[in-house]
Design a protein around this ligand. Structure first.
Ligand SMILES: Nc1ncnc2c1ncn2[C@@H]1O[C@H](COP(=O)(O)OP(=O)(O)OP(=O)(O)O)[C@@H](O)[C@H]1O
Ligand SMILES: [Mg+2]
Length: 254
């Protein structure tokens, strides 16, 4: 049975998509059967791996609103162990269309159970909001990874996210746990990065991943080629950081 992990933080631009894409690909090359779900109407995760698969027109939008079977919207990629459930801009509409649907929080979960046997891990890239798309992701997840950018105000808004997690645990999905907190865009030359790291560590203690994702231009360049870092530049710091993170996740879960 797959472990389902949402990559979520309602704060924008903290490295959710970069992490979702590169964790999923690093898992796949470590021979772990992985599904990447793009739950963001911005569809950045889909674009980020677009060189790896051919879109057939179905997306997570059809699964959430058109009763398309999830299996039919899953795309195989050129990596044997990586599949993707892509997003499109239509997904903006799903948030509104779902409002009047019964059990609207469980639409993704209801469909996901049909494929959890087929994977070891399922990663969900969430949008920068705490709306129905994120709630659907959290309802379907065993755990959440929270990326935190090493920047001013890094912890701002985190209370709101933790509150949402508690509400989801209480009312929708009691099994949801925090898999880990991930520091992204870390720059070891900056005192600010060290200060943020210390603050996050004192707050989250052992929930903080030991692996830190450093600031690395390759991670920013790769998506414009539709490639994950491992394909764009396998020796880059970014590619190596995410491989190391995947080792840590697999060790924690074993
Ligand atoms: N470690 C890194 N080093 C350098 N650039 C990075 C790194 N991580 C992410 N970026 C860049 O920072 C920007 C924001 O990252 P990303 O899209 O992953 O964040 P996000 O949290 O998914 O954003 P959104 O909230 O809009 O979905 C992107 O341009 C990305 O390429
Ligand atoms: Mg994103």
């Amino acid at each position: 049975m797959a472990k389902v992990i949402s990559i979520s933080n309602q704060k924008g631009g903290v490295g959710k998509t970069t992490s979702a894409v590169n964790i999923a690909v690093s898992m796949a090359v470590s021979e772990v059967k992985t599904l990447l779900i793009d739950m963001d109407p911005q569809a950045n995760a889909t674009t980020g791996v677009s060189s790896l698969f051919k879109a057939n027109g179905t997306s997570v939008y059809d699964v959430l609103t058109r009763q398309t079977k999830l299996e039919e919207a899953i795309h195989h990629t050129e990596f044997e162990n990586l599949d993707i459930l892509p997003s499109t801009h239509d997904l903006v509409g799903a948030e509104i269309e779902l409002v009047s649907v019964m059990a609207r929080e469980y639409q993704l979960q209801n469909q996901l159970v049909t494929v959890t046997r087929d994977y070891d891990y399922i990663f969900i890239d969430c949008p920068p909001s705490l709306g129905l798309l994120t709630i659907n992701a959290l309802a379907a997840s065993d755990a959440i990874i929270i990326p935190i950018q090493c920047e001013y105000y890094a912890l701002e808004g985190l209370g709101q996210l933790l509150n949402t997690i508690r509400l989801v645990q209480r009312h929708i999905n009691p099994k949801l746990s925090i898999a880990g907190v991930l520091l992204t865009m870390y720059d070891s030359r900056l005192n600010l990065s060290k200060e943020v790291a210390a603050e996050v560590r004192s707050y989250f203690q052992d929930k903080l991943f030991q692996t830190v994702i450093q600031r690395n231009v390759r991670l920013g360049e790769a998506p414009s080629f539709g490639k994950p870092a491992l394909l764009y530049d396998a020796n880059s710091t970014g590619a190596r950081n995410y491989l190391e993170l995947v080792e840590e996740i697999l060790t924690r879960d074993s």
